[in-house]
Design a protein around this ligand. Sequence first.
Ligand code: DX5
Ligand code: ZN
Length: 228
Amino acid sequence: MIIDPFTTRDRLITASILSADFSKLGSEIDDVLAGGADFLHLDVLDAHFAPNLSFGPPVIRCIRPVTRAFFDAHLMIAEPLRWAPAMVKAGAQNITFHVEVADDPARFAREIRQLGCRVGIALSPSTPVQAILPALDEVDVVLVMSVVPGFSGQVFMPEVLGKCQEIKKRLRENQRMEIDGGINEQTIASAVAAGVDWFVTASAVFDEPDRRAALAKLRQHLPGRSDS
Ligand code: DX5
Ligand code: ZN
């Protein structure tokens, strides 16, 4: 479990709670973190940007005391600037917005950073790398979607790996690249090869009865982890 993922260059696995059993979210979080997930990915969906509705600040506030793990909020919502303050107040430590909803992505990134949190920018599979370039200097993490935003359990889209390679060339040492969607034992190695730093997994972990075993299978594909 990682308190601050920016303090290491290790490849990290972050568990998306979108596939968790929400009737026992606290123990689900304990289970995956004890099983080896490095931090949590919070998929916030508003049924406008993407055709699904998940959770918001009340849930984040309730799970914050459960763990000291880093909370990486992925806002798949139409109005990230409106909701980012409440997400940070609830305990989110990174706020990733989608470039597709930002008329001025650099301004969006600067406004979010003023909340005192880390800032990420996400691009959907059909969005070209050029779209994020105006904001690249303003963000800490680039989130490359390898599925169409909305649901866990979808099939990995390998055509985004070329974008990962291109983005990797442009990142500074203190920036990270995260991939999100369809990451499992069969796909994680290709994302590692494309230069990805952080790997989001929902169904590959939460759909398995033994989360520790599921995470161990994924971790086998990550270059030498200097686990302390
Ligand atoms: C999709 C979300 C992803 C998704 C990943 O809109 O952003 O984080 O939950 O789920 P899997 O790992 O099952 O593809
Ligand atoms: Zn996500």
